[in-house]
Write a protein that binds this ligand. Sequence first.
Ligand code: NAD
Ligand code: DAU
Length: 360
Amino acid sequence: MVRLQTSFDYHNLLVTGGCGFIGTNFIRYLMEQQDFGGRIINLDKLTYAGNPHNLADLSVQFPKRYVFVRGDVAEVKVLARIFEEYEIDAVCHFAAESHVDRSIKKPDEFIRTNIVGTFQLLERSLKQKNFRRFHHISTDEVFGSLGQEGYFTEETPYHPRNPYSASKASSDHLVRAYHHTYGLPITISNCSNNYGPFQFPEKLIPLMILNGLEDKPLPVYGDGKYIRDWLYVTDHCHAIWLIMKQGLDGETYNIGGTSEKENIYIVHKICDLLDQVVGSTTIPSRRALIRFVEDRPGHDRRYAIDFSKIENTLNWSPQESIDSGLLKTVQWYIQNQDWVNQVRTGEYRTWIDQHYGQLE
Ligand code: NAD
Ligand code: DAU
């Protein structure tokens, strides 16, 4: 098989799940890049995790280069219309149900969106003439859990252990199968835990920041010694764009943050930052708000990424440290109370229904 680097002058890039956390950051990042002059079509179902206001200013600033469509990646008719009408030549596929706790309580939507949705998107991409690249956004969770030593590489066997990671693993396999069987041009990235602006406050870091700001309890699962490798979201966006531009057809790239930390370390850091930045009138230190609570079932102990492949071949490495990234993140949540109130109260959901009506 010929494995040329893709020329990356994509004209009509379909970004799925662009109103979620990483998708929002990616679209904003890409619109600022000098080497991208194409159009972005953002297809998002607007589940609880998707907020169209995140990108509303782009529709005004770039009326010809940014298009938003509310729709479901698992719906064949919606995909057919979009691929045809907008002459899609590349896909960057973020859309997913992304929260592990939700997948444990009710996996149904994880199967439909993450597996069936990816399948339908692959099927439609295969039919498209002059299609250039399907980039699939995946996770380090597909590799399972590590002991105290070692790192996930691109060769680590898959061993997903919760419904979310099993659904993502399944989607990765489908993407590879479409490359090997039908020759669809693809790349995959498996990334560690992201944090930064626009993250829905069900995930550890924004939840701790927002609860901490209101002196509410900070729930830490189990003994708090579970380890994640944290990556500031803009570093992830940069890596994705590099792969889309220069990554080899059919290849997978691991992306990590060199910030392996126990959860309790992260929570302590957030408490201390909030104490410094905003202080508190009711308690001397927010660490007093920490509560060790019942553990997540099947909780993976440690994730850690070996990202030497993308470092050596595409010259990527993370630019933010956990200290600089957490400070930026805390400041963003403090400065964006309107966004916080919107997503917490679900205020914009009524607007979505009035504005978009029923899903296609
Ligand atoms: P998110 O939950 O913040 O956003 C998901 C977005 O997808 C939302 O806008 C939602 O409305 C949309 N969506 C859900 N179902 C859809 C459907 N059927 N059709 C169209 N749109 C739909 O998720 P995120 O944290 O931004 O994650 C984005 C991607 O990155 C996911 O594929 C996730 O598995 C992967 N990932 C996330 C992380 C992380 O730390 N957040 C790390 C590695 C990989
Ligand atoms: O590793 C990449 C994955 O990171 C992504 O694929 C997922 O989409 C993303 O949600 C994230 O999964 P995690 O389960 O690691 O993220 P979460 O923020 O939910 O939890 C991070 C760690 O913190 C985890 O060990 C569970 C723990 N935790 C989480 C919450 C919400 C707590 O201790 N207390 C909490 O309240």
